[in-house]
Each structure stands twice: as C-alpha cells, then as structure tokens.
Design a protein. Structure first.
Lengths: 189, 107
C-alpha cells in the first residue's frame, strides 16, 4: 500500500501568475513522457519483471508520484489568480470551459492522457529500454521547459526534476546490466 | 528582515502567531520543512542506489544513519506543525489535525 506524506519532495515556489507556463507544464502532467505516464508505467511493469529489479521499479514509480504532485503544485500556483481572459490568452480557453481552473490529465496541446502512452511487454529488457527512453525524453522536455521561462523559482524546481530523470535513467541502465549478468550465468549451466 | 517578509508572502501570507510560535505555512515552517526535505532527498537517492548496489556497505551505513536522523527531525516537526502522515504513522492532538491546511500545494 501507499502512505501519503504531507509535504513536497522539493519546494515549489512561483514568482508570478503565468497561465502560459502552466499550459506548457501540462506536458509533464498528462503528456506521453510526463510524470503520470512514468509512475503508471513502472508500477505496472514491476509485477512481471525479475525479482532483482522489482525494488527499483517500485521505488522509482513511487518517486514519480511525488514529481506529479510538484508539477500539479506549479500549475495550480501559476493559474490560481488568473482571470478567464488571461487563461484564454494563454491558450487555456478550451480547458477553462471544460474544467474551470481544475487540473486535468492532458498534455500541453490539450489531448487527454491515454494508456497508449505506456507499454508493458513482459520482456524485461524491452521494458527497461522503454523506461530508459522515457527518462531521457522527460529530461529533454524539462530542458525545453526551463528554456521557456524566465521565472527563476520555477526553473529551480524544474532543474531538480531534470536531474532526477538523469539519475533514474542511470539506475535503469544498471538494472539492464544486472539482468544481462543473470542471463549470462544461466547460459553456463 | 526583507528576506523574512518575502518568505512569509510565498508561504501564503501566513504570519507567525502573536506569541512568537511558528505555525504551519509560515517562514519558520518552510525552513524546518526544508531541513527534512534535504535528509529525505538523500534517503530517496540512497534507496535507488542500494536497489542496484545492494552490497555497498558504506552506502547502507549512510542510509541507516540518515533514517535515524530523519525520524528525529520528523518527530520534532510533527510536534510543532501536526502530522506528516496518516493511517497511524503519525500521532494527532485533539481535535483531529490531519485534515487541517495547509496542504503542500498551498504552502
């Protein structure tokens, strides 16, 4: 089971009301390479992955939910004081008529999250390579987001998240090596 | 002073109580929470590392030491600001404290 902790993994501060940036950040909320996709992908793959790497998928999947909460906090803070006119100017008019200021799992273009963003092949190497690619794609998205804002507070939180993608990718690559070593052992017998 | 004022504003304008006690959401709360976030970050990092390096004795010792420090920090934080966790992992004073704001996205 999961136990909620009443704190963010890393502080999220915003300097100003900025619905335009909030819209771009939705890519990491409900986008293909976003945090929801990441959490659900790893936690779903862990049931059939070899025992040696279950713990890693479990723990990275769990950390992704903490990242999802950070992105949600950014979007919430960047839009909570915005007028309907400001939301419309930021391209969030279609979002506003459907959801008001509620968050929704959609990408920056407004497409709702779909399970077709994630895969589970039951083949540990195929699954781990998907996971490595997902981390690298998320890292690239964070870089574009950092480049897209001049809000140093938002940049600080986004840089933390970008670095986490790098660490996760590194750990998944180690998991591949662990499984390859296991496979090598079996061939000896 | 100026820095404190700014920190207060970013904490949703929650001013410390008049008798000087810090309350959830104020600048002292944010600073103490950050101490806990720092230790917890090291623990997350060590957890993932140990998942792929289970025989690293030095990392394991660091993990256990920080886990102990984390427990002390969380305990003193919870005495001041209320429970961090629910389902029996934190205690509550009367009346029930868990449901009270601020929630993390409101700080």
């Amino acid at each position: 089971m999961w136990i909620y902790e009443k704190k963010l993994q890393y502080p999220v501060r915003v300097s100003k009301c900025d619905p335009r940036m909030a819209r771009f950040l939705l890519e990491q909320y409900g986008g293909a390479d976003g945090e929801l996709s990441a959490a659900l992908r790893y936690l779903n793959q862990r049931y059939t992955i070899p025992d040696k790497v279950v713990g890693l998928l479990n723990d990275i999947g769990t950390e992704e939910f903490a990242h999802l909460e950070m992105i949600a906090t950014m979007v919430y803070k960047l839009t909570k004081d915005a007028t309907p006119e400001q939301l419309e100017a930021a391209g969030l008019g279609p979002h506003f008529v459907n959801h008001d200021k509620a968050l929704f799992y959609e990408n920056a273009g407004g497409s709702p999250w779909t399970a077709t963003y994630i895969q589970a092949k039951g083949d540990p190497i195929a699954d781990l390579f998907e996971d490595i690619a997902a981390e690298e794609k998320a890292r690239a998205t964070y870089q574009w987001l950092i480049d897209y804002t001049d809000d140093v507070d938002i940049q600080d939180s986004l840089k933390f998240l970008r670095e986490r993608e790098i660490v996760h990718s590194m750990r998944f690559k180690e998991a591949v090596e662990i499984l390859k070593a296991e496979q090598g052992k079996k061939k000896v017998f | 002073m100026e820095e404190n004022k700014e920190a207060n504003e970013s904490a949703g304008n929650r001013e410390p109580e008049r008798d000087g006690h810090s309350v959830a959401g104020d600048a002292a709360y944010v600073a103490e929470l950050e101490q806990l976030q720092k230790v917890d970050f090291a623990l997350v990092e060590l957890t993932l590392y140990l998942d792929t390096h289970p025989n690293d004795m030095h990392a394991l010792q660091q993990f256990n030491q920080l886990a102990q420090r984390r427990a002390h920090l969380a305990h003193s934080f919870e005495i001041k600001y209320g429970p961090l966790m629910q389902f029996g992992h934190s205690y509550s004073r009367y009346p029930w404290q868990w449901y009270q704001p601020p929630w993390p996205w409101q700080v």
